[in-house]
Design a protein around this ligand. Structure first.
Ligand code: FCB
Length: 481
């Protein structure tokens, strides 16, 4: 990824997006479905993790979430009313295969089949994610993603979903953000299963890559070469704390290797980066990468999904890896590389993430430069803010409108500069369970009242509908909703 600040985003005048540009919105199963003990669903690592005291804000769990499992028809109606061309959702693996291997659950499969049919009937293309972090607990009991067998189990599950949902699915996304699954799950403990071991995290990263390759092949075996396969990555735009420091630029290279190229290179080039292997040779001998594995990770991808929210900044600190006794190893992995994350200038969203649309353009263009001809799709982008319901009953979330506007403008700038970006999905359709932040952080363009489950369109939803139905992004000064 690029090492310096990218082009600033000029918000001059309106933008017309291509007629076939896909406007969508995204969710994930554990964040919205609830009904965790219904319909024959098995236990996932997020059930276990969120029920462990101290792991989520306010002890929140996905037990009820948005009750989408029961309210899916209403939610599809909202998607249709928004005029969206596509909806990105995930399948809960333990809902369709409770133990993660062996028996499948007909009731769980029927739920997704019904959802897909309803989307198609509404003229909305289903973009499915097979793994958005809710691993069946039984597979975790055998080591989860540190266990090579999980990659093969994942491919079996993918194959069955291809049989069941077949050509009704527009795009098959294997995995959402393997970076989070591997590093937040196994290195800093912020996500399920909550482990803090750098070698486990690197092992998991490889098995997620391998799982992608095996699953994509399985889907194409069932549906033929025309089945569109994808993966969604949260790549990091890392900037050096001091752009004139050779050491900070070296820190950027290391962070890029462990954060971005550990996924990009095996997935798109069929190799693991040699600099990464050398950087971490003092931590692991990489023996979990078996001969031929890197090639297996690579499949031709119809579209590469990109989730973008903010940028990062790093600097070189000798010994940053030696986490003091008793301190949470917040970034144990960059730590072992003598790399330290430093605070990025604001403004910030409620997540504390900085708002920097130029990073979106920069990321898309750097991918275009490295992988010319690879179609891209922004599969997540959005912002949490402390929304309030006004006296008029509406949610005037002008900061979210402006965040979405400026980032979509940044996507348009990347298209103008040559990147092949096929679509944009706002995160999220609904306020939902934001992982370790529970229900405290609201990303939805539709508000969910968690006491009543009433859905209310925020101003951003009205604004996004105008964009999705016209393909015209207004100039900033002309934003209306
Ligand atoms: C991404 C996740 C998604 C959501 C957003 C805010 O990392 O894929 O589930 O939590 O962040």
């Amino acid at each position: 990824m690029p090492e310096s600040a990218g082009p600033s985003v000029a918000t001059t005048g309106a933008r017309q997006f291509p007629a076939d540009f896909v406007w969508g919105s995204a969710t994930a199963a554990y964040q919205i479905e609830g009904a965790v003990e219904e319909g024959g669903r098995g236990v996932s690592i997020w059930d276990t993790f969120s029920r462990t005291p101290g792991k989520t804000l306010n002890g929140d769990t996905g037990d009820v979430a948005d009750d989408h499992y029961h309210r899916w028809a209403e939610d599809v109606q909202h998607i249709a009313d928004l005029g969206l061309g596509a909806y990105r959702f995930s399948i809960s693996w333990p809902r369709v295969q409770p133990g993660g291997s062996g028996e499948f659950n007909a009731e769980g499969i029927a739920f997704y089949s019904m959802l897909v049919d309803a989307l198609l009937a509404a003229g909305v293309k289903p973009v499915v994610t097979l793994y958005h972090w809710d691993l069946p607990q039984e597979l975790q009991d055998e080591g989860g993603w540190t266990n090579r067998a999980t990659a093969y189990a994942f491919a079996d599950y993918a194959r069955r979903m291809a049989v069941e949902l077949g050509d009704r699915i527009d795009v098959w996304t294997t995995i959402n953000e393997p970076w989070c699954a591997a590093y937040l799950g196994y290195a800093n403990g912020e996500h399920a299963p909550g482990h803090t071991d750098p070698v486990e995290a690197l092992t998991a990263a490889h098995h997620l890559n391998l799982g992608h390759g095996l699953a994509a092949r399985a889907i194409r075996e069932v549906l033929g070469e025309d089945a569109k396969v994808s993966i969604t990555l949260n790549l990091h735009v890392n900037r050096p704390a001091d752009p004139t420091s050779a050491l900070d630029l070296e820190a950027v290279r290391r962070a890029d290797a462990v954060g971005n190229r550990i996924f990009l290179q095996p997935l798109l080039e069929g190799v693991y980066p040699s600099d990464l292997l050398a950087d971490l040779a003092h931590v692991t001998d990489w023996s979990f990468i078996q001969p031929g594995d890197a090639e297996l990770c690579q499949v031709q991808m119809d579209v590469l999904g990109i989730n973008y929210y903010s940028t990062g900044m790093v600097r070189f600190v000798e010994g940053a890896g030696r986490v003091p006794e008793g301190q949470t190893p917040a970034s144990v992995l960059v730590g072992v590389l003598d790399v330290e994350g430093v605070p990025v200038p604001g403004p910030y969203t409620a997540m504390g993430w900085n708002i920097d649309p130029s990073g979106m353009t920069e990321l898309l263009l750097s991918l275009h430069a490295r992988y010319p001809g690879q179609p891209l799709m922004v599969t997540e982008n959005g912002a949490a803010f402390g929304d309030e319901v006004s006296a008029d009953g509406r949610v005037h979330d002008e900061r979210r409108v402006s965040y979405l506007h400026d980032h979509i403008d940044a996507v348009g700038a990347a298209i103008d500069a040559g990147a092949d970006v096929r679509g944009y999905f706002a995160w999220s359709l609904l306020d939902n369970f934001e992982w370790s932040f529970g229900y405290d952080r609201r990303f939805g363009i539709i508000r969910v009242d968690y006491d009543t489950q009433v859905r209310t369109w925020k101003d951003s939803a009205y604004w996004y509908r105008t964009l999705a139905t016209s393909g015209v992004l207004p100039a900033s000064e002309d934003i209306r909703y």
